[in-house]
Ligand binder design. Structure first.
Ligand SMILES: [Zn+2]
Length: 274
């Protein structure tokens, strides 16, 4: 018998399926459409293929983030979670940011350090930084590989300064052709599957709010008002598709200026302790 488990987003009991060609189970939420795959026993660590895969619009995104954070008077600090070879860090440093990275793969850390970058060996859910350390957290396709997506979001929120920005992306599981969940093409690293509707909701549940929709560009944000998320693909954004040709959900969230419900809750707790 397999124990039921509640959905991380909406707490509905999820249904287990076997992933085709694997002994891993995949849990699906009929309510919000979130998928959660069991960890593969053999795949304790993320694979690492050192290849240059810089994105074509990283400078645009950085300059728009800078403009959004224009009231900041100190040097802007960015954290790249799972920074791979550190291309984004190089781009940010060239543009005057203080850019730091973490990666759970020792090889990636060593390669980045050999390039002179400030990169630390750490996982997305436990960052070796003080609270409110960064103006931007950049997490490109990290949330769907996290052990616990909700915990990762809370950790990213912790290290962000008030008003700081979170860039978040994930594979769009609605773009996969197979309608049967058991046929979806799950890699050993993949833990969560998100759709246009539920990624933003999970981030909001973790205490983020949507940033002004001017960072990814109008085209990509065209659907913002209806679905709060945009996916890209086609024409001028082709370079940003990943190597498997999947479309990617992208969001820019913000740590709210006023305390969220959660912050109020912890304030109450510390008040009680004091
Ligand atoms: Zn759900």
């Amino acid at each position: 018998m397999t124990a039921m488990r509640p959905c991380q987003l909406c707490e509905t009991e999820m249904e287990p399926h076997l992933i085709q060609g694997s002994t891993r189970r995949l849990w699906t939420c009929q309510n919000c459409g979130m998928f959660h795959a069991e960890k593969e026993e053999a795949a304790a660590t993320l694979s690492f293929q050192p290849r240059e895969e810089g994105r074509s619009d990283s400078e645009t995104i950085l300059s728009r983030m800078k403009a959004t954070l224009s009231q900041e008077t100190t040097q802007l600090r960015m954290l790249h979670v799972n920074c791979h070879l550190g291309q984004m860090l190089c781009t940010a440093e060239k543009r005057g940011w203080k850019a730091l990275g973490v990666d759970p793969r020792r090889k990636a850390v060593d390669l980045c350090r050999s390039r002179g970058l400030s990169v630390f060996h750490a996982t997305a859910e436990r960052l070796p930084f003080e609270s409110s350390s960064f103006h931007v957290v950049y997490a490109d396709q990290v949330i769907d590989r996290a052990e616990n997506a909700g915990r990762a979001l809370k950790e990213w929120k912790r290290v962000l300064r008030t008003g700081g920005l979170l860039y978040l992306s994930a594979i769009n599981w609605e773009s996969k052709s197979a309608s049967d969940v058991s046929c979806k093409d799950w890699t050993a690293e993949q833990r969560f599957g998100f759709t246009t509707k539920n990624l933003g909701r999970l981030a909001e549940r973790s205490g983020f709010e949507f940033a002004a929709p001017n960072i990814l560009g109008e085209k990509r944000w065209a659907g913002l008002l209806d679905s709060v998320v945009s996916s890209f693909g086609g024409g001028n954004r082709r370079a940003n598709k990943n190597s498997r040709g999947e479309s990617i959900l992208e969001l820019v969230m913000r740590k709210p200026l006023s305390g969220s419900g959660e912050a109020n809750h912890s304030q109450r707790n510390s008040a009680r302790a004091a």
